[in-house]
Ligand binder design. Structure first.
Ligand code: AMP
Ligand code: ZN
Length: 487
């Protein structure tokens, strides 16, 4: 029997048996992008990881509400409310409205994720669409005594909160060290403590995206938006909260503090964090200048790239690492992923054409169980994929007549491919050979070649065969007619 699903929880630092709060339902919140620039490949890794997690939960039969926000206001350059507003800065640079920046990069984000075949979330709320909820939550935190107003800005009182609760529970950092290292207020003297962060920020007169509030005209802080939107759509307590690991020390730590200060309970039972995509061992990030865009990768348009790689190759490359391990980008690894993906998908095509024997010499159940066991062990996609390669190997052996599969074996293999390769891993055949049109086209070409042979025009028939071979399409003349194989 396969073990039930276990998930690593950053909060407890343990791999725990997954038991949703409401039987059969899962509420999952994942921090969405800050839409002030193009989504880079590192961002894509995080969302592809959560896509597989979402797909697997759905596959297990859970009714999942997956909420992933769009941060379209309030994110300042420093994660602890220092620096300029990211949207305002970009808008000024490009001489457009901040909302034009938001629109442009929201569209880009959706296009990138669609290229990687990720499913849209159930709800995609925006920060600007939930200003009232953020104001209400800020009011409640103040009423509960954990926030104070200073000169039109509302701050969360970290030191007061930390006296009653474990403020650094998620990051496991030493609070005294944090306090001592960051004692000075850095020009924000209106704060009581350096670790205090803004829930609501007073807008300067020239600031464009601003709203009225009980504390004057301003805009919400970045952290409060996630607390307000997760509460609105998933309740004060829900099952899973996710994001990239870089969000642990500040954004997620502050989200927990806000929720606890408001509702007196932990927002999420399980905190899941994806590890970083690195380039030569360094986190891929826009500010380090080592990031490239998915479009550049598809087309091979970047100094770091030897050539282009398809979206499915990139998705497969990412899934060949566990979501909690770092993944280093390299041309070699992508080439290997390309080969592996072709092998896996080709076996899927062979599978569709296999004939059942009356006897069976293979054990499909064992392979299937290993795939599920891997996924149930904290979504271990690399091990699941290794076992799917075993399924591909069996398929090829059956095809070559070296093993035999009965009707039930073939059905099981087909459902394994359907559910895991195409369903949960979300891999699809990108070659035009996957389409009906391609098949129709090939039938036309084969017919012309057949007619040429009948006329004894072997020059033409050989030309067709040889030139197709050059582009990876192999023609086989057999007893039952001519068939083709897409390499
Ligand atoms: P941002 O738009 O900067 O708020 O980031 C969106 C998401 O991408 C967050 O969950 C980040 O943790 C994640 N992220 C940023 N850089 C990387 C990276 N190099 N690898 C994986 N995830 C990343
Ligand atoms: Zn968030």
């Amino acid at each position: 029997m396969t073990q039930p699903l276990k998930i690593y929880n950053t909060l407890t630092r343990e791999t725990e048996l997954f038991k949703p709060i409401h039987k059969d339902y899962v509420g999952m919140y994942v921090c969405g992008p800050t839409v002030y620039s193009n989504a880079h490949l590192g961002n894509a890794r995080t969302y592809i990881s959560f896509d597989v997690i979402y797909r697997y939960l759905l596959h297990l039969g859970y009714k999942v509400r997956y909420v992933r926000n769009i941060t379209d206001a309030g994110h300042l350059e420093g994660d602890q409310d220092e620096g300029d507003d990211k949207f305002a800065k970009k808008a000024k640079l490009e001489q457009v409205e901040p909302m034009e920046i938001v629109q442009r990069y929201t569209v880009d984000f959706h296009q990138v994720l669609a290229a990687f075949n990720t499913l849209p979330p159930s709800i995609e709320p925006t920060a600007t669409g939930h200003i009232i909820e953020q104001i209400e939550m800020t009011k409640q935190i103040m009423a509960n005594g954990y926030a104070y107003e200073a000169n039109g800005t509302v701050y969360f009182d970290v030191e007061k909160f930390a006296k009653e609760y474990n403020y650094t529970a998620l990051s496991n950092r030493n609070l005294d060290e944090l306090l001592n290292n960051t004692r000075e207020l850095g020009g924000q003297e209106e704060k009581k403590g350096r670790l205090d962060f803004a829930l609501w920020i007073k807008a300067k007169p020239e600031h464009l995206m601003k709203w009225p509030s009980p504390w004057g005209v301003g805009f919400p802080g970045w952290h409060i938006e996630c607390s307000a939107m997760s509460t609105k759509y998933l309740g004060a307590a829900f099952d899973i909260h996710g994001g990239g690991m870089d969000l642990i020390p500040t954004h997620h730590t502050n989200e927990i503090a806000q929720n606890v200060a408001c509702h007196h309970e932990q927002p999420a039972k399980i905190w899941m964090h994806t590890n970083m995509l690195t380039v030569n061992g360094q986190k891929m990030s826009k500010s380090l200048g080592n990031s490239f865009l998915p479009g550049e990768l598809f087309e091979g348009r970047h100094a770091l790239l030897e050539r282009g790689f398809s979206p499915m190759t990139v998705r497969f490359f990412m899934l060949q690492a566990h979501y909690r391990s770092t993944l280093d980008f390299s041309n070699e690894a992508l080439k290997a992923a390309e080969k592996g993906l072709t092998r896996l998908l080709n076996a899927g095509k062979v599978l569709d054409k296999l004939n059942a024997s009356s006897t069976s010499t293979i054990e499909v159940a064992k392979v299937k169980e290993s795939v599920y066991a891997a996924m149930n062990e904290d979504f271990n996609t690399p091990i699941a994929i290794a076992n799917l390669f075993e399924a591909a190997r069996l398929i090829n052996l059956i095809h070559d007549g070296k093993e035999q599969a009965n009707e039930q074996d073939l059905q099981e293999l087909k459902s394994l491919y359907e559910n895991m390769v195409y369903g949960v891993l979300g891999l699809k055949d990108e070659s035009i050979g996957g389409s009906d049109k391609m098949d129709e086209l090939m039938q036309v070409v084969l017919k012309i070649r057949g007619e040429a042979k009948l006329r004894k025009d072997f020059y033409t028939s050989d030309q067709i065969r040889d030139q197709l071979k050059e582009i990876g399409i192999e023609i086989k003349d057999g007893k039952e007619g001519t068939s083709y194989n897409l390499g």
